[in-house]
Design a protein around this ligand. Structure first.
Ligand SMILES: C[S@@+](CC[C@H](N)C(=O)[O-])C[C@H]1O[C@@H](n2cnc3c(N)ncnc32)[C@H](O)[C@@H]1O
Ligand SMILES: [Zn+2]
Length: 283
């Protein structure tokens, strides 16, 4: 189990102490007796409470898996991996991907950086279950980005957040001083063609300013790379694309199905994101 190779970077969510494997090999625990069962599927739940309502559901994860495995966002994953390889320290690198979903981006980074190990963290149990199978060097952990992360200080060369929430304070704490934070965020043009016909959530123009405001107390902007391309998608793929994202929480099934029926296929969408690289400020 990949999780057992990465206990050294994990911390007890209750007392912050180091974790080790229990004598029967079925749980991990700290010196204060806090204990967490290892799931049969290979992930470790360090959440300590019920998962919040905005955690991705099983059907969202399945749709995301179909879509990503078909390679539709591969140019993003490749560019992110190149930036991660440039930020890390090679085979000893430790990566953390927060809001990892299916683990697709972290698995791609681990493929491109031989020997690196990665923690994939998500508040969704369905996500962690999937991510645990995504790569042999990926340890899947259930935890909430908005709580103190169950991770030790200064252990990671790279922290990434792809279309997921960001906690500047905690990302800064777990990064090595020489490490880098990589953030993938959508541009206003991202999937713009689908917004009106399907009533999807829009991406505000001011999002990059908000990112800067949220991170700049703890991080300095290093570089930013825009990835933009067009993709012609068939009906099943469009359906996965809508069902895998936050729109699944906002639209009912009937509205999605009706909107999709009205679209010509193949339907061409613009994919437009920025990958920004951030260096931690000295404390
Ligand atoms: C839009 S999805 C992106 C998933 C993945 N990074 C990708 O791009 O394929 C957002 C992910 O963040 C997770 N998430 C939402 N709130 C979270 C939180 N507070 N802590 C950790 N993960 C969270 C969701 O469960 C979901 O898997
Ligand atoms: Zn403890």
């Amino acid at each position: 189990m990949a999780i057992l190779d990465q206990l050294d970077v994990l911390a007890c969510p209750h007392c912050g102490g180091p974790l080790s494997l229990s004598s029967d090999g079925r749980a991990v625990r700290c010196a204060n007796g806090h204990s967490f069962d290892l799931a049969r599927q290979g992930y470790l739940n360090l959440l300590g409470s019920k998962q919040p309502r905005n955690a991705d559901t099983g059907p969202m994860i399945a749709a995301r898996d179909h879509f990503l495995s078909a390679g539709h966002y591969q140019p993003i994953a490749e560019r992110l991996s190149a930036l991660a390889a440039g930020s890390g320290s090679g085979a000893d690198s430790r990566l953390l991907d927060t809001g990892t979903g299916t683990g697709y981006y972290l698995a791609t980074m681990l493929d491109r950086i031989t020997g690196a190990r990665g923690v994939g963290l998500d508040v969704s149990v369905a996500a962690a279950r999937h991510a645990a199978r995504a790569h042999p060097r990926l340890a899947a952990v259930v935890a909430d980005v908005w709580q103190p992360l169950p991770l030790r200080d200064g252990q990671f060369d790279v922290v990434s957040s792809v279309f997921a929430p960001r906690n500047a304070e905690e990302f800064h704490r777990v990064l090595k001083p020489t490490g880098r934070l990589l953030v993938v965020s959508p541009e206003p043009e991202h999937l713009a063609e689908l917004r009106e016909p399907l009533g999807l959530l829009s991406i505000e123009e001011a999002k990059s300013d908000r990112l800067e405001a949220a991170l700049s107390g703890r991080f300095e902007a290093d570089e930013a790379v825009r990835v933009q391309f067009e993709s012609a998608l068939d009906g099943a793929t469009l359906s996965d694309l809508v069902r895998m994202g936050p729109n699944a929480f906002h639209l009912d099934e009937r509205a999605i199905a009706q909107g999709l029926r009205g679209l010509p296929v193949p339907f061409t969408v613009t994919v437009a994101v920025t990958i920004s690289v951030w260096a931690p400020r000295r404390p």
